[in-house]
Design a protein around this ligand. Structure first.
Ligand code: HEC
Length: 148
């Protein structure tokens, strides 16, 4: 049991551009560096990469005390976007996407840095909530977006 948990923890910490927590756990994987897979991302994975990149930029900006005004277009495209594997989406996906969209709106309407930090952290929570259901691999990376 403990061994299994340890295996899972290692697998999660090394897999970023994948939901699969087991596939990249071999000893050939370097733990300190990672690079995107070379193959074409799915439509959904591409939206996710954009969101993650934007989250990093927003965090950096807020940590400098500056409001962040960029936004990713067509967020709700994620509802129709094709995932890498069909099982990566299920009936609960759409409600999660809607909740995510509401949190995203709060970021756009924040008028102070403190408000936007709160909205940003709420958004990260909705990333993690959906990922807990559909795509556990990137969760530890997503959690790095939290502003403390
Ligand atoms: C409504 C559900 C949902 C929400 C909300 C969500 N994700 Fe995802 N995410 C997924 C699914 C499903 C995948 C797998 C996509 C695929 O491989 O096709 C994924 C994949 C990813 C990936 C891996 C992409 C790749 O290149 O393989 C990252 C990174 C990621 N999400 C980050 C985020 C971040 C950051 C947020 C919040 C800003 C977020 N996600 C919000 C469901 C969600």
């Amino acid at each position: 049991m403990l061994n299994k948990l340890f295996f899972l923890a290692v697998a999660i910490s090394v897999s970023f551009y994948s939901c699969d927590t087991a596939e990249e756990s071999s000893s050939t994987v370097k733990k300190s560096t990672w690079s995107p897979k070379m193959d074409e991302p799915s439509e959904l994975a591409q939206i996710m990469r954009d969101l993650h990149e934007e989250g990093l930029q927003r965090k950096a900006s807020l940590e400098k005390g500056e409001l962040f005004s960029g936004s990713v277009d067509n967020l709700l495209k994620m509802i129709a976007a094709t995932p890498t594997e069909p099982h990566m989406k299920g009936p609960a996906f759409e409600p999660h996407a809607m909740a995510f969209n509401a949190s995203y709106g709060a970021i756009q309407s924040a008028s102070t840095v403190a408000q936007q930090i709160e909205a940003h952290n709420n958004l990260v929570k909705s990333c993690v909530a959906c990922h807990t259901n559909f795509c556990q691999g990137p969760i530890s990376r997503i959690e790095l977006l939290y502003i403390h």
